[in-house]
Design a protein around this ligand. Structure first.
Ligand code: NDP
Ligand code: 2IT
Length: 445
């Protein structure tokens, strides 16, 4: 590795030894960027990498709320405003009990490069809380969201920082969060995206990450004269990204044979009944295990990791970080999988990524492949600024164009740095250069 890149990475390991997800993301990114520093000594001179890995601002705050039993509850709220080099901070909010500083920082760091790849003027951020919406009543979720926004509102705004959804933050939570924001800030600007269409949201934002993932995967498949037609697809998760990845893959002629939630997975040889999954997860908020009750041909298996042992042509991890480990990668290769495309953020461990690439599996890294969500958030910001709504077809066309352009940028950068077909390196380099050039232009501050 380039000596400058190595020294910055070593410092991160010394300073944050317990932040394992952050170090994992930083290791992958810095490893790719090493090639850039060999060719661009001006970046070292300006300390670009040290500045890039250090968040501009991190806010941790107490969130106090009252549950239905009248008991006082306390959670931690987070917002990591990582980089505003190319636009206002932008990135989702995650509500999940596992949320901590390491997870916020890994997601924020990835988000900088992802947002840069979209070609739109948006910086990188992430936020959330260790609050678990699962099993909570609507009123409890509403009170939590209001308590969370009671602090966050002073840090966000249409031109400063624009949060959106992520795990555990969907249409319901965004409604409560935005309703509270607009009241506290006395401002109707686009300070949150993923809003309901009646109050300023964009058509296609709900579908965008899943659809975008399939558009990106399709571009990779084309390089081998392949397509989704007739392919068997396994998708982990059954949340926002997984559901709309299924919808678009099916539309393109694939059969999705398995999906999961955090308890286990369903397998349906004839193709998952997506309407049933949507009803269970989007409306009734039930477990995926319920699916087999009225689908006798399907099976349910407790536990998530065995989902990657199912024979498939295309694997789309769309649940959470580190769900495909080396053993899973070996099983996928053994079973003839030709493409792994990441809908979730960092769902594949570093050794698993290497194994897949060494075995010539097409590999689409999250920061490129799942950028359709945030890109459509930027289209929501554009529509709000125009005081206009675009049609579903217009937004979907724009999304498809953006995903094709992201693929081209990754492909071009991989070729330029003599790593053809390595979209991990391509995505990191293409995303980084735009940010680094902006930082250089601003001088040192
Ligand atoms: P949702 O909350 O809608 O769905 C998450 C899904 O993943 C659920 O099926 C959930 O199961 C499962 N899951 C969550 N945590 C775990 C875990 N620890 N182990 C196993 N399964 C788990 O979230 P999204 O679909 O929005 O997000 C999924 C992934 O996509 C995340 O990595 C997110 O960062 C990423 N992403 C999301 C974008 C968006 O626009 N929403 C954009 C880009 C990336 P259960 O219901 O049991 O919790
Ligand atoms: O990881 C992600 O890109 C998201 N959760 C979406 C962020 C956004 O601002 O739309």
């Amino acid at each position: 590795m380039n000596a400058y890149a190595q020294s910055v990475l070593d410092q991160l390991y010394q300073r944050f030894p317990t932040q394992k997800e952050f170090l994992q993301a930083a290791t992958e990114i810095i490893d790719s960027l090493s090639l850039v520093f060999d060719r661009h000594p001006e970046y070292e001179k300006a300390g670009i990498l040290e500045r890039f890995v250090e968040p501009e601002r991190q806010i941790n705050f107490r969130v106090t709320w009252i549950d239905d039993a009248g008991k006082v509850q306390v959670n931690t709220g987070y917002r990591v405003q990582y980089s505003s080099a190319i636009g206002p901070y932008k990135g989702g909010l995650r509500f999940h009990p596992s949320v901590n500083n390491s997870i916020m920082k890994f997601l924020g760091l990835e988000q900088i490069l992802k947002n840069s790849l979209t070609g739109m003027p948006i910086g990188g951020a992430k936020g959330g809380s260790d609050f678990d919406p699962k099993g909570k009543s609507d009123n409890e979720v509403m009170r939590f969201c209001q308590a969370f926004m009671n602090e966050l509102y002073r840090h966000i705004g249409a031109d400063t920082d624009v949060p959106a959804g992520d795990i555990g933050v969907g249409a319901r939570e965004i409604g409560y969060l935005y309703g509270c924001y607009k009241k506290l800030a006395n401002n109707n600007g686009c300070a949150i995206t993923g809003r309901g269409v009646p109050y300023g949201g964009s058509l296609v934002r709900t579908e965008a990450t899943g659809y975008g993932l399939i558009y990106f995967a399709n571009e990779m498949l084309k390089t081998r004269k392949e397509s989704f037609e007739g392919k068997r697809v396994v998708i982990s998760g059954s949340g926002n990204v997984a559901i709309y990845a299924n919808e678009k893959a099916t539309k393109l002629g694939a059969t999705v044979i398995a999906m999961s939630d955090s308890n286990g997975y369903i397998y349906d040889e004839n193709g998952i009944d997506l309407a049933a999954v949507k009803r269970l997860k989007e409306v009734e908020r039930k477990r995926i295990s319920e699916y087999v009750k009225d689908h006798p041909a399907a099976t349910y298996t407790e536990g998530c990791d065995k989902i990657w042992q199912i024979k498939c042509d295309i694997a789309l991890p769309c649940a959470t970080q580190n769900e495909i480990n080396l053993d899973s990668a070996k099983a996928l290769v053994k079973n003839g999988c030709i493409c792994v495309c990441e809908g979730a953020n960092m769902p594949t461990t570093l050794d698993a990524v290497k194994y897949l690439q060494d075995n010539k599996v097409l590999f689409g890294p999250a920061k490129a492949a799942n950028a359709g969500g945030v890109a459509t958030s930027a289209l929501e910001m554009a529509q709000s600024a125009q005081r206009m709504y675009w049609t579903f077809e217009d937004v979907d066309k724009a999304l498809e164009g953006i995903m094709k352009s992201i693929f081209k940028h990754c492909d071009d950068a991989a070729n330029e740095y003599d790593c053809p077909g390595n979209y991990v390196i391509g995505a990191n380099i293409a995303g980084f250069k735009r940010v680094a050039e902006s930082m250089l232009a601003y001088g040192i501050y």
